[in-house]
Design a binder for this molecule. Sequence first.
Ligand code: ASP
Length: 345
Amino acid sequence: MLQKPKILLIYTGGTIGMITDPATGSLKAMDFREIEKLIPETRRLNAELDTYSFKTPIDSSNADPQFWIELVSVIEKNYIKYDGFVILHGTDTMSYTGSALSFMIGNLGKPIILTGAQLPLGTIRTDGKENIITAIEIAAAQRKDGKPRVPEVAVYFENKLFRANRTHKYNAEYFDAFESPNYPPIAEAGIKINFNDKFIINREISGIPSFYKKIDKNIIILKIFPGLGQDYLEKILSIENLKGVVLETFGTGNAPTYDWFIQGLKNAIDRGIVIYNVSQCNAGSVHQGHYETSRLLKDIGVANGYDITTEAAVTKMMYLLSKGLSQNELIYFLEQNIAGELTHS
Ligand code: ASP
């Protein structure tokens, strides 16, 4: 008999594994052994399942770079032993964690599928059960040649599988909480799971993966808005040790043309800070130079984020900054597609 694919189910926390604390009425994490009892169906899947639980499960609002590093280490330690990984994670910052993993694990040859739930597993209408079961099936899916079908970091939620670094949590209440506005789903689950093979990363799955465990947190997101003051800009750009700014601009990458604004950004760039132009719009791409209001940004050396999400921009910048690259190298890599996170347009 053919061997079943071996999958490691990693529990980090999130609503999926929470229970109401009778004392406070708030949701808090429950023990992973309790969770396993709630989904006995997983034993009937065509996968051999082992589980790993973080010692202290977290609400994903508390996820931080140290947590990403721990997750990378767990996957590294278990990489050879398993054919795929399913990570149970809170939805709030799932897109950040998924993006971070996509940069920190190089030459990935196995599926890493993040999933979670909007309603805890213990509730009658939970969406968690279907999410876990299908995420495991996807992690275990193999091509005809026996290689994994989805050698990517992906998010599975409410019948859709997305490339993780293209996702964004857009709805706090609906079951379909995630969207990937600039990249199609890489699989959709109905009666069958339909894989959208031409959009799945098609890398030669033979190289040795790399597990990177450094992150530089010295960045901020600066969302511009009509009325943004000079004082505010100057204070933000003079934060001690600031190395990078994800600049959330209007439309196709546009920003005010006031002298103090452009000069303020230019002074920061001259001091070695890297500025990354990302659109506030959910869909579409930055086109620096399309309007006068973005040409000036291009002229002073702002890096073009094209159609990258803020979540991917933040984690990509933290990852690249930790590598000790020169400012020109940083700008070069920020503008390149390194893990399927952006499309040049
Ligand atoms: N606050 C929760 C978390 O992100 C929400 C969820 O899991 O859906 O951990």
